[in-house]
Write a protein that binds this ligand. Structure first.
Ligand code: AMP
Ligand code: MG
Length: 476
């Protein structure tokens, strides 16, 4: 059998300034590390029968060594605000879009290789990725999906058989990423900064068609993105997730989590938690994420202004759309955290109940995931240092739950048992570097059903002192 990917490419038909046609650079010895068969089926990929010839072909295709029929590889142009400063030219420096498919549900999806070699946007970079970040993104993005968080997906991970030079010499790999699109805020900034309104307008039409077909004008479109991104950040907060690099080039138009670099799920709760080694000021700390998002959306708004018939007159309503965000995110935050303590329809006063629990958790650095998970059985008191304070809180909480008959069900589906903990990811990567993929498979199996108790109870444990990961590194 031959692997067939039903490409239907639309980005490649957009104006030339939006991208550069560019093929992946072949690698020495592609070897399949991971393959997401259910996702492949969802994408309408056929002929994938896992016989030896197909497996070899699969590795060749998803390493970039062999172009599948219908692929039209390209690298996209985009800009971005990185840690507050504007970079007018970023673009896909190590990612190549193979093409798009219409999946079995009728939704257009991008299939992109990450780490597929240099492109015209690579600047000083080598266009490659090493095994660690490839497997990290594979695990974390698939975990996010299973948790119910909008995200790009992972279709394949292939070892390149080449080494990549970072601080040390490391094994190279290529990730195949699937997204409802790879459009970022930075795409709009790229053309706005150049005053290229024709390209900006073509990009806008494409984005509207893919993500917000009901948008009547750029303001409406902005509001649509704001809504999806606000939903997303509230979900991140609810799982203790820290993206780590919320630059505008890593902020999607679709509202999917994109670009898993130094991301992490927090273990002990502290609102100012930062893992990313490059985020020295804590700009993208856990609880700053809700504040940075409006900033990023203001950048999208600024870029879209040029598309309005009277940009000056549009400044006011665009600004209002962004200023409405804190309240919008707050409402979603309340809904998310209320569900975690069993409240389906939160009232304003529930905020204090949630915050008081978080304060107790913060004081003793309680494990974020396990504390919420343990609430129903009252085992959470083992997680919280101030026992008296906690029992007092439980009294108030139980009184509130009297009018919430669905609380146990709601909590069971809002509080996962398993998240991809940093130390587990690090151990998984270390094993994979040594050629042992068992920890990867073990993690993936448990993360597929994160709300169920895992077979391996060790996966729910916070890190022991010697296992604590204090810094995560960018995916370069
Ligand atoms: P990131 O921090 O991964 O979101 O990447 C920021 C920018 O740097 C994007 O334009 C990437 O394409 C580019 N980039 C990151 N790593 C590499 C690399 N190894 N080679 C070329 N470009 C890269
Ligand atoms: Mg990026």
């Amino acid at each position: 059998m031959t692997l067939h990917i039903p490409f239907d490419n639309s980005y490649a038909r957009l104006p030339a300034a939006l991208f550069t046609r560019h093929d992946p650079t072949p690698v020495a010895a592609p070897e399949m590390l991971a393959w997401n068969a259910p996702l492949a089926r969802e994408l309408g990929i056929t002929g994938d029968d896992a016989t030896a010839p197909t497996a070899t072909e699969r590795a060749a295709i998803f390493a970039g060594n062999r172009l599948p029929d219908g692929a039209l590889p390209l690298a996209q142009a985009y800009a971005g605000h990185q840690f507050g400063g504007f970079s007018p030219s970023l673009g896909d420096g190590r990612a190549i879009l193979l093409g798009e498919v219409i999946d079995t549900k009728g939704q257009r999806r991008d299939i992109q290789l990450k780490g597929a070699g240099r492109t015209p946007y690579s600047r000083a970079g080598d266009g490659r990725a090493w095994l660690g970040p490839v497997l990290r993104e594979y695990v974390v993005s698939e975990a996010m999906h299973a948790l119910g968080v909008p995200t790009t997906r992972a279709l394949a991970a292939v070892a390149s058989g080449e080494s990549v030079q970072r601080e040390t010499t490391l094994p190279g790999a290529i990730l195949t990423r699937v997204a409802s699109s790879h459009l970022r805020v930075g795409h709009f900034e790229y053309f706005a900064a150049r005053g290229d309104t024709a390209s900006l307008s073509a990009l806008y039409d494409h984005a509207v068609e893919r993500h917000h077909p009901d948008a009547r004008d750029p303001l409406d479109f902005l509001k649509g993105v704001i809504e999806r991104q606000s939903d997303l950040v509230a979900k991140w907060l609810g799982f203790g997730f820290i993206h780590g690099v919320m630059n505008t080039d890593n902020t999607s138009i679709s509202g999917e989590t994109i670009d898993y670099g130094p991301c992490a799920f927090m273990d002990g709760y502290h609102p100012q938690t930062v893992y990313s080694s490059i985020d020295r000021q804590g700009r993208y700390a856990y609880d700053n994420q809700a504040r940075i998002l409006p900033w990023n959306m203001a950048k999208l708004g600024s870029a879209l202004l040029a598309l309005m018939p009277d940009p000056d007159a549009a400044i006011d309503p665009f600004t209002q759309a962004v200023h409405a965000m804190p309240e919008m995110i707050e409402a979603r935050w309340l809904k998310t955290f209320a569900a975690k303590i069993g409240i389906a329809e939160p009232r304003a006063e529930d905020r204090a109940l949630i915050e008081d629990l978080l304060t107790l958790m913060q004081a003793g650095s309680s494990d974020f995931t396990n504390t919420f998970r343990a609430l129903p059985g009252n085992e959470a008191q083992d997680q919280i240092a101030d026992r008296g304070g906690f029992l007092d809180w439980v009294g108030r909480w139980h009184a509130r739950l009297e009018s919430e008959p669905e609380a146990p069900v709601l909590m069971a589906r809002s509080n996962p048992a398993v998240i991809p903990r940093n130390h587990r990811i690090e151990q998984m990567i270390a094993a994979a570097v040594d050629g042992d993929m068992a920890p990867f498979r073990n993690l993936m199996a448990a993360l597929a059903t994160p709300y169920a108790r895992p077979d391996d109870p060790g996966l729910t444990k916070p890190p022991a002192e010697h296992e604590v990961v204090t810094a995560t590194f960018c995916g370069t």
